[in-house]
Design a protein around this ligand. Structure first.
Ligand code: URP
Ligand code: ZN
Ligand code: ZN
Length: 472
């Protein structure tokens, strides 16, 4: 077993920061020690297998991205990152655990699909991974499957209020899934957009010849997000199910979530980096077909309406609790399926490599504290999805998933070649980051260091998750 000592850094958890050394024994953290590497009179740096000098740097728990879609079959094609390429890119960016989605499309058997997703990921992942289960047409067999999946460590289920005939669940189906979740303790994750409303506007726009990528955003107004968020909250209130609203982009949806929380409901909200930085005007509205790069749902919102600033505010005030990427990348030839009809552009943006850096900019600009950054990228996802203690914290006994982050470093997000996601462009091209992911350890193994990838496909293990640690 390899022993590692990370010396001289500032260890940051959500509870505070301290100058300390981190001793790792094998796959776990053995001790957080006063700086100086001395234990019972022994100079540890002389007796361990490797020493990582973190002087002047932050030592933080590895990032947990709780919303990714590797290899997802979607929009007539597949998300372009495999479990291997996507988890490798994640590691480059300081993420050491992902929670991806096994998908049950209408008519399919959830447990068969769950096994199929295990087969895709097994032996491929460079970092640890768990699964949520997507349920579309909720049938009696789906409800039984929910119990079996919770026992397997799949303790969260995503439902869709949009994408009719593909993924959408009717309200009555959502109701029964929520009743089951209220019973077995699982968390319901909701894609909250009014699908029927959107489908009608899409038809109208396309019939009017309004087919550019910008109209993807126009066809999915904030009112359709607010309405669906409210409906999901009402269904959750009635059934007493805990609810986690994914990829929130509208400030009005945030208000619905905040009101439900004030009302005492177990309702939580996630946003994504794209809704903090990118806009309908600047990205979706880019000339020609360029805007296709940023077609995702919920859509990028109008800068003039102030949604982006409101997302930062909500992260600061805890009206929103965490930031995941909704990583669902497509190459340009895949996006071109929607040339001449925005509704055929596969929905999704690739960001799994950049979430830790992009959120760190909130610290640089004074929007969130250093501790809140760590909370948003690692601690809350661990607690929300039943991994805290093993993941999401630097403490004795936790997995040694550790990132050494240099606040004085710099990261330029450039063209396709400079990132590691399987995409031939970057949705984040031109972003300059104050800060740099220097070293990444996954369960005690150095997987990224000195600008080199040292990990391997198959190192990552399936994480069997507990029930959400936010629920009593
Ligand atoms: O555009 C998106 N979000 N693509 C992935 C599927 C989903 O709804 O999360
Ligand atoms: Zn979604
Ligand atoms: Zn998603």
């Amino acid at each position: 077993m390899t022993t590692t000592l990370i010396t001289g850094g500032t260890v940051v958890n959500s509870t505070g920061r301290v100058l300390a050394d981190v001793l790792i024994d094998g796959e776990q953290i053995a001790a957080i020690l006063p700086p100086g590497s001395v234990l019972l009179g022994t100079d540890l740096s002389a007796s361990v297998d490797q020493v990582i000098d973190a002087t002047g740097k932050y030592v933080i728990p590895g990032g947990i991205d709780a919303h990714t879609h590797m290899e997802m079959p979607f929009g007539g094609t597949f998300a372009s990152d495999t479990f291997e390429t996507g988890t490798t890119a994640a590691a480059w960016g300081g993420t050491t655990t992902i929670v991806d989605f096994a998908v049950q499309y209408a008519g399919e058997d959830p447990l068969t699909q769950y096994e199929a997703w295990h087969a895709k990921a097994a032996g491929k992942c460079a970092i640890d991974y768990g699964f949520h289960q997507i349920l579309s047409d909720v049938q009696p067999a789906s409800l039984q499957a929910m119990d079996e999946l919770v026992a397997e460590g799949v303790t969260s289920f995503k439902l869709f209020m949009a994408y009719k005939n593909v993924l959408l669940s009717e309200d009555g189906q959502i109701l029964t899934a929520m009743q089951k979740a209220a019973d077995n303790g699982a968390l319901i994750m909701m894609h909250a957009e009014n699908g029927s409303w959107i489908d009608t506007v899409v038809q109208q726009l396309v019939a009017d010849g309004k087919t550019d990528p910008l109209y993807h955003g126009i066809s999915r107004p904030w009112q359709a997000e607010e309405e669906a968020t409210h409906r999901a909250i009402m269904l959750a209130d009635y059934t007493k199910a805990p609810l986690y609203v994914v990829h929130v982009s509208a400030k009005q949806a945030v208000a619905q979530i905040a009101a439900a929380r004030d009302n005492g409901q177990n309702v939580f909200g996630e946003t994504c980096p794209q809704y903090l930085y990118l806009t309908l005007e600047d990205q979706l509205g880019a000339p020609g077909f360029e805007g296709a790069k940023w077609v995702c749902s919920t859509p990028l919102r109008s800068k003039a309406e102030g949604h982006q600033d409101h997302m930062w505010q909500a992260l600061r005030t805890n009206d929103l609790q965490l930031v995941s990427t909704d990583h669902c990348p497509f190459c340009m030839n895949q996006k071109q399926m929607g040339l001449g009809d925005f509704s055929k552009i596969p929905n999704g943006i690739g960001s799994v490599e950049h979430r830790v850096d992009l959120l760190y900019q909130g610290v640089v600009t004074g929007q969130i504290s250093l501790e809140r950054w760590v909370e948003l990228i690692a601690v809350t996802p661990a607690r929300m999805f039943g991994m805290y203690g093993t993941k999401g914290v630097l403490a004795p006994g936790a997995d040694a998933d550790v990132v050494v982050y240099d606040p004085n470093g710099h990261t330029s997000i450039g063209l396709g070649k400079t990132h590691h996601m399987n995409m031939d462009y970057s949705a984040w091209e031109g972003f300059e980051i104050d800060g740099h992911v220097d070293t990444v350890l996954s369960r005690g193994s150095v997987v990224v260091d000195g600008g080199q990838f040292l990990g391997r496909a198959g190192h990552g293990r399936f994480v069997k998750r507990d029930l959400s640690q936010y629920l009593v």
